[in-house]
Design a protein around this ligand. Sequence first.
Ligand code: ADP
Ligand code: ASP
Ligand code: MG
Length: 409
Amino acid sequence: MGIIVQKFGGTSVGSVERIRNTVNRIIEEKNKGNKVVVVVSAMGKTTDQLVSLADELSSYPAKREMDMLLSTGEQVTISLVAMALIDKGYEAVSYTGWQAGIVTEAVHTNARILDIHPEKIRSHLDKGQIVIVAGFQGVTEDGEITTLGRGGSDTTAVALAAALHADRCSIFTDVTGVFTSDPRYIPNARQLQAISYDEMLELANLGAGVLHARAVEFAKNYAVPLEVCSSLERVAGTMIEEEAAVEKNLIVRGVAFEDAITRVTIFGLENGFHNLSTIFTTLAEHHIDVDIIIQNQTADGRTYLSFSIKNQDLKETVDLLETNKTSLGIDHFETETGLAKVSIIGSGMVSNPGVAAKMFQVLAENGVAIKMISTSEIKVSTVVDDKEMIRAAQSLHHAFELDAAEQKI
Ligand code: ADP
Ligand code: ASP
Ligand code: MG
């Protein structure tokens, strides 16, 4: 008898019909003789609707209250799923994040899980009960409700799987697995049988919303066997594992993209040892995620600095830079919105020089101007105009031979 964690995303619980289907998948796993923990998201587009409500009432919704609001979405689903299971004659119990012992840092709307106390869940499992846990939420040591960032239910599931030493964590969603790129926008994308933790982590970090990046981090750190599969179609999903056993011949394994990126450029920065660290420490203290950073010098010896952030952090970043202009040694700064990031990812890049050059050539041939670049051993990211994002991703997908028709294996 094993412990299995199943996670069902918004679409998979988006209607009464879908909940019935989900309940059948849970029962199937239970009937195999397993102990089953289920993590669910809010129904359908509930979280988006709650965010819109908040935006209508406040131009800058208080983050604590946002967590209070958004955490209600998942609470609806857990109770409905538990009721439906009980109705079918199974013993089930629903738990919010705090009841399930999910402790997070004290950061509203984007908290990290610090610790999990799974004793209660374990005692239910030992009694043969199915435990349904609300995804995306936790509690601080002071008893404040937090949420884990959009898409965070995946992280709840994998963290619980790690804490319970589960035999498998299955993420059920509306696609059949992890694809070479988002199949909603890249019709030629094809499904991968397996992908390594590191490649998946880059894909997720760079915009592939199929998995929350922190979920992949947990899976890697605690060696959780993780799969992504469809809640509707009965086909094999994608395994995320230590070393992807297949498709080693591919240098680039996937193309990821995300819009809503802003570039901030600070001009006339005085050359001082501490300016850079002070600026980024200030941003970090306010939990603003800075992505690509470029620093350069003008002929008169002044430094200028560009960095990219998400649009959602723009207002806070501008406020911080304005307020602390003098102490940060800033002359003036500009922001440019309407940008997107397009990235290629693949562990084969390490040993294949010229991948970045090929990427830049493909983008140039397609008339896509590059505004910022960042590279690591297994990825190259470019910031481009958001109107060109899909075209850029499509041409890269084709040029790096990822299109379904060009499958090499
Ligand atoms: P859920 O509500 O089940 O968590 P999400 O919408 O968060 O579902 O994630 C699934 C979606 O991720 C898919 O519908 C797909 O459009 C998108 N996606 C982005 N990149 C990829 C990728 N590389 N492979 C598969 N799906 C992807
Ligand atoms: N309901 C949350 C969201 O829409 C969390 C999740 O679905 O994972 O982002
Ligand atoms: Mg998701």
